[in-house]
Design a protein around this ligand. Structure first.
Ligand code: HEM
Ligand SMILES: *[C@@H]1O[C@H](CO)[C@@H](O)[C@H](O)[C@H]1NC(C)=O
Ligand SMILES: *[C@@H]1O[C@H](CO)[C@@H](O)[C@H](O)[C@H]1NC(C)=O
Ligand SMILES: *[C@@H]1O[C@H](CO)[C@@H](O)[C@H](O)[C@H]1NC(C)=O
Length: 324
């Protein structure tokens, strides 16, 4: 009897060992990844982001969006940061990002400062993750522990960036749900992550049809946005308007309150409300900033886990704009 117990005990210990080894060979990001190798990392990134956001609050929004566009195209591997090279076209000029994603100079500044302290240690993909977290925090939003240990891609994928993996602003609700599902993110994650539009700006070309042609829009809101966006296709395409009309530089929950009032700027914003499956979540987040923050943080961590390069895959770029 005693002997049998010892055998099963042994089996269990062996099983646990195998499980531990197995999960180690899988991608395991963790927040202490640079604790020994670059102890001042968080301090340095925070300082550069703080300066950039103080100079221009919108930069916080732009840095957050960079991380999203990085993660949704072949995982969080810093590929969005690569310029064109003779052997590949970068992702920056793909439809959803061309003339629209910004903040590259701030990432360059973060990278060069980090390189001077801990050369060759910290990936650009991880810098994006930390900069996104710091941006949210500096604009009054929640903080969280960022998981680290991603490595950088050696190439970019222009075709993938154009393939629709990044949802369009005229998406239907089922488009949005499916796009996020394809990345392993739930409908709840999608609704919470859309709350990122509580900061930042969008170009006229992305919301023209909504403000002139849609009926589920507050009329005086539509009128006010039309001032910033002429009706004719191609005229004033690059004029920008705040995604959150109430508090464009505050990471709060007013995005969801806007949706209740039919004041979502993008079609893909307003489809989240009065449209069935996501209505109750929008109402919940509009009432409870805590519920929004909790789910947003959880979803950001999940988004940051999308297909990272680890182990001997990829590299630590010296310059975020080009492979070594
Ligand atoms: C749900 C699907 C989404 C769609 C269809 C979408 C679409 C857009 C569009 C069209 C813009 C305006 C770009 C421009 O005109 O230059 C924008 C801006 C922005 N998006 Fe999204 N987005 C989505 C999800 C997300 C997510 C998940 C995040 C981050 C977690 C995010 C963060 C932002 C931010 C912060 C801005 C403002 C950027 C700035 O001012 O520079 N978006 N988005
Ligand atoms: C990106 O935008 C620029 C300027 O509007 C344009 O000239 C270029 O053709 C665009 N690139 C792509 C790949 O569409
Ligand atoms: C509104 O929709 C009509 C019919 O589809 C179209 O002709 C018109 O160009 C659209 N206007 C805008 C501003 O998108
Ligand atoms: C303007 O663009 C919209 C959306 O692409 C299209 O439906 C509409 O027909 C265009 N209108 C004109 C006048 O070209």
């Amino acid at each position: 009897m005693e002997f049998n117990n010892q055998i099963s005990m042994l089996k269990m210990v062996l099983l646990m060992l195998i499980m531990m080894l197995g999960s180690q060979s899988e991608a395991q990001l963790n927040s202490d990844y640079y604790k020994e190798s670059c102890p001042t990392l968080f301090y340095v990134v925070r300082r550069v982001v703080r300066r950039a956001v103080a100079r221009e609050p919108r930069m916080g929004a732009s840095l957050l969006r960079l991380f999203f566009h990085d993660c949704f195209v072949n995982g969080c591997d810093g590929s969005i940061l690569l310029d064109d090279t003779p052997s590949f076209v970068g992702e920056k000029t793909a439809g959803p990002s061309n003339n629209s994603v910004r903040g590259f100079e701030v990432i360059d500044k973060i990278k060069s400062t980090v390189e001077s302290l801990c050369p060759g240690i910290v990936s650009c993909a991880d810098l994006l993750a930390i900069a996104a977290r710091d941006s949210v925090l500096l604009l009054g939003g929640p903080g969280w522990s960022v998981k680290l240990g991603r490595r950088d891609s050696t190439t970019a994928n222009f075709a993938a960036a154009n393939s629709g993996v990044i949802p369009s602003p005229i998406s239907t609700l089922s488009n949005l749900i499916n796009r996020f599902k394809a990345q392993g993110l739930s409908t709840r994650d999608m609704v919470a992550l859309s709350g990122a539009h509580t900061i930042g700006k969008a170009k006229c070309a992305t919301f023209r049809n909504r403000i002139y042609n849609e009926s589920n829009i507050n009329p005086s809101f539509a009128m006010s946005r039309r001032e910033k966006c002429p009706a004719a296709n191609g005229s004033g395409d690059n004029k920008v308007a705040d995604l959150d009309i109430r508090s464009p530089n505050m990471f709060d929950h007013s995005y969801y309150k806007q949706l209740l009032g039919n004041k979502g700027l993008l079609t893909s914003d307003q489809v989240l409300f009065n449209n069935g499956p996501t209505d109750s979540l929008v109402v919940t987040y509009s009432h409870s900033i805590r519920a929004f923050y909790r789910d947003f943080v959880g979803a950001m961590v999940k988004m940051g886990d999308i297909s990272p390069l680890t182990g001997s895959n990829g590299q630590i770029r010296n310059n975020c704009r080009r492979p070594n």
